[in-house]
Write a protein that binds this ligand. Structure first.
Ligand SMILES: *Cc1c(COP(=O)(O)O)cnc(C)c1O
Length: 431
């Protein structure tokens, strides 16, 4: 499979080059030159296949000969080595729980796949690769965990001091080994600006072979298709599902749309948004006007200008009416999000996290209009990662899952830096 740049000013590249570079030299996002069609036999036998077999069959055409089959099988199996249960919440709504991975959020899937691919591509190189990444909470933990112990790669994570939850901070700061956490006295936007500037700094490039673990990387984007397939394996109804996806940078929903364009039966998609609603306004008016991000209780979706939306448009040949046939959007304020967590908890006993709550509510509203349909939403993180909002809504403390209890015994280790690019640069150059 070859990948082209959506800015169309750079040559086509293999999966390996797209994954190592992240972004094309013309700053475009990479996109597959053709969308593979799923074989009819695969769709007919969906339930009979193991997760590993299905995962390999879906990913193989995208990777092509960049990774030998046996290695790709191992990478896929390690990536998805946990559960993706579809859990009934109401008569017509189920929750696709994507928080059973090591850092309790769906980003584990993309991060685990990407880290193993980069480890493979780096296998004969004697140059160390440094992954530099800014996080508002979930990305950093998933990337740290995914790359922990990967030979030849070190990870440096910038996170905003005091602005991530206690569990998120422990996930970022207790890995040790090849993972370093920089605690920045500033906001997520400061962290992201510092990382962006580092990538353009020639003095740093001399000392470091820098790469990003951003969600625009094809090796993070593409494997996110898999859990839509795992959900369909568990889907019990005749009619295909309506799927609501809590969306920020639009990587997750774009992977679902890609799976659908390649043949996965889905009735309709809903992009569930918080107050950061540039895509919603576009879907209504055809006018795309990104805005600076605003802070909400579903903070992993606080993205003013979603990077991956351009891929969504490309999937539908940049034709808004084609896209509107398959995708709707909804925007929710924080008050409604918290009220949804509360109502669902009181009525069903199910605890939503703030991101899942935005999607649940969007799906519920949609199904009021289409009562003959059924659907599921993506529960993208465990509620324990957002305890303040969830406990305020339900009045209950969220128990820490067994898989995360070990974190509570550990000591945070971070390097505190001011939110200033030269401070970061001096620190990097003086190590
Ligand atoms: C990252 C994240 C999102 C947004 O996903 P995108 O792929 O950026 O749209 C939603 N929920 C949670 C919990 C996240 O961590």
């Amino acid at each position: 499979m070859l990948y082209f740049s959506l800015n169309k000013q750079s040559p086509n590249v293999s999966f390996a080059e797209a994954a190592v570079k992240g972004q094309a030299p013309d700053k475009g996002l990479y996109f597959p030159v053709t969308i593979p069609k799923l074989p009819a036999s695969l769709l007919q036998n969906l339930r009979a296949l193991s997760k590993d077999e299905l995962g390999f069959s879906v990913m193989q055409p995208y990777v092509g000969d960049a990774i030998p089959a046996a290695t790709l099988q191992r990478i896929v199996s390690e990536t998805i080595a946990f559960e993706f249960p579809l859990v009934k919440v109401t008569e017509n709504i189920a929750s696709l729980e994507l928080f059973h991975g090591p850092t309790l959020a769906f980003k584990d899937v993309g991060a685990r796949f990407m880290s193993r691919c980069l480890g493979y591509f780096n296998r004969n190189s004697n140059r160390h690769t440094t992954v530099l990444v800014a996080t508002s909470g979930d990305t950093g933990g998933a990337v740290a965990n995914g790359f922990l112990g990967v030979e030849g790669v070190e990870v440096i994570i910038l996170y905003p001091s005091g602005k991530v939850s206690p569990i998120q901070e422990l996930q970022l700061t207790t890995c040790g080994q090849n993972i370093t956490a920089l605690e920045i006295n500033g906001t997520f936007d400061d962290c992201q600006a510092m990382v962006k500037q580092a990538f353009t700094d020639a003095a740093l490039q001399q000392q470091y072979s820098l790469t990003s673990a951003n969600s625009i990387n094809v090796a993070r984007w593409l494997p996110q298709q898999l859990y839509y397939f795992f959900a369909l394996q568990q889907w019990q109804h005749q009619q295909p599902p309506v799927i609501a996806v809590p969306s920020g940078n639009f990587g997750n929903i774009c992977a679902g749309l890609l799976a659908h364009v390649s043949g996965l039966p889905v009735q309709h998609f809903i992009a569930a948004l918080n107050a950061n609603d540039a895509v919603h306004r576009y879907m209504q008016t055809g006018n795309y006007a990104p805005q600076p991000s605003v802070a909400t209780v579903s903070n992993a979706m606080d993205v003013g200008n979603p990077s991956n939306f351009i891929r969504v448009l490309q999937l539908f040949n940049n034709e808004l009416p084609q896209l509107q046939n398959v995708l709707s959007s909804t925007t929710l304020d924080d008050h409604t999000t918290v009220a949804t967590i509360k109502a669902v908890y009181n009525q069903t006993g199910y605890t939503l996290d703030p991101h899942g709550a935005v999607a649940f509510c969007a799906l519920q509203q949609y199904l009021l209009q289409y009562p003959e349909q059924k659907g599921f939403f993506l529960e993208t993180a465990h509620p324990v990662k957002f305890p303040q909002t969830v406990e305020q809504a339900t009045g209950q403390t969220v128990p820490v899952p067994d898989s995360a209890k070990h974190l509570l015994q550990q000591q945070k280790k971070s390097v505190v830096l001011d939110a200033d690019y030269n401070t970061l640069k001096d620190w990097l150059l003086s190590r």
